[in-house]
Design a protein around this ligand. Sequence first.
Ligand SMILES: Cc1cc2nc3c(=O)[nH]c(=O)nc-3n(C[C@H](O)[C@H](O)[C@H](O)COP(=O)(O)OP(=O)(O)OC[C@H]3O[C@@H](n4cnc5c(N)ncnc54)[C@H](O)[C@@H]3O)c2cc1C
Length: 389
Amino acid sequence: MNKQIADAPHSPLTLLSEDERLFRDSVYAFADREVRPLIREMDEQAKIPRDLIRKLFDLGVMAIEIPEVHGGGGATFFHSILAVESFSRVDPSVGVFVDVQNTLMINALQRWGSEEQKGRYFPLLATHAIGAYALSESGSGSDAFALATRAVDRGDHWALTGRKLWITNAGEADLFIVFATVDPDAGYRGITAFLVERGFPGFSVGKKEDKLGIRASSTCELLLEDCQVPRANVLGEVGKGYRTAIETLNEGRIAIGAQMIGLAQGALDHTIQYTSERKQFGKPIAEFQAVQHQLARAATEIHAARLMVYEAARLRDAGQPFLTQAAMCKLFSSEVAERVTSLCVNLYGGYGFVKDYPVEKLYRDAKIGQIYEGTSNLQLQTIAKQILG
Ligand SMILES: Cc1cc2nc3c(=O)[nH]c(=O)nc-3n(C[C@H](O)[C@H](O)[C@H](O)COP(=O)(O)OP(=O)(O)OC[C@H]3O[C@@H](n4cnc5c(N)ncnc54)[C@H](O)[C@@H]3O)c2cc1C
């Protein structure tokens, strides 16, 4: 074992440094003040208002890990996890909006981008540019490397043709990481990542999905018709895009775990307050032991999920292997989020089933955790592969 780690004081996973605690508390205070009043409107209109997006940039949460020299916060992956958790406790759509910017776009550019690309795009991403990550297609979801989008070498540029589906943030995004194959016969070895600007010729954003949950988060189709991408916009090496995809998604799924624990905590917060006020049989329903035990079980499950998410994130920041922990934390947190929000709807009774109260929406929002960035079956497959050797 690495000596530095072996010698490090063993602090509890949830014990935050002063800096981490201040960061988390300021993000949550912002979300409570600026996001909470907009939740219903954002869900109904299926939109995050531009004014709120501007405030997110001003707060610095759209550039958490961008080095300070490029105008970002120069913070850690763990800080991004705290931000996603804190936003999702109020609204999981804003949580995933911040998540994609930080743990997919900025993370991939930081790891795989050239110095020239970082110098060109980080200052934009730190001030106003929104990022999106485009891997999935209609025919390739779990089997992501069966993608059909084609990149053809045209000398001074690459020409991309194909369609991407389900792209988070695409409604607002300025910059997209698009995965395409330079050689369909080469299988995954043909896959290459490109940095595609919204204004490139041949690029357009198509249909926006009308979704069950996280409705304010835009999910759209991308149309690439002979889209001209400069040679300088290949992210990493030609034919190595599969590594970029695998490795960023391994990290990204820790953030989906964070989205799910934030969401579940938010639902539980509401439900603790509601059950303490709602009276039946002459007393608050939280005074019935059956209800107390259900709330206690929910709190325990969220705590266990949070330990798993924090552990995976801290392992990642320590440069240690975290593949299994990332898959486990996403699998478990998304199941906890579904169970806890379902319980919360039950404990609100009829009021849990209507939009005037907050838990109905969180119940809908929870479902996505078991689908995107690798379905639960795919997480189980990853875990099984690791434990079976
Ligand atoms: C709201 C939303 C946002 C999204 N955002 C993005 C984004 O920003 N960028 C992006 O690239 N993609 C995005 N996605 C796509 C998402 O990652 C895929 O939907 C997901 O990976 C599943 O792929 P699929 O929908 O094609 O389902 P399929 O792969 O067809 O899976 C259908 C079912 O079959 C199961 N299954 C498939 N293969 C196996 C197997 N080998 N063993 C066992 N079971 C299996 C799955 O677990 C699932 O239950 C988003 C999707 C949604 C809904």
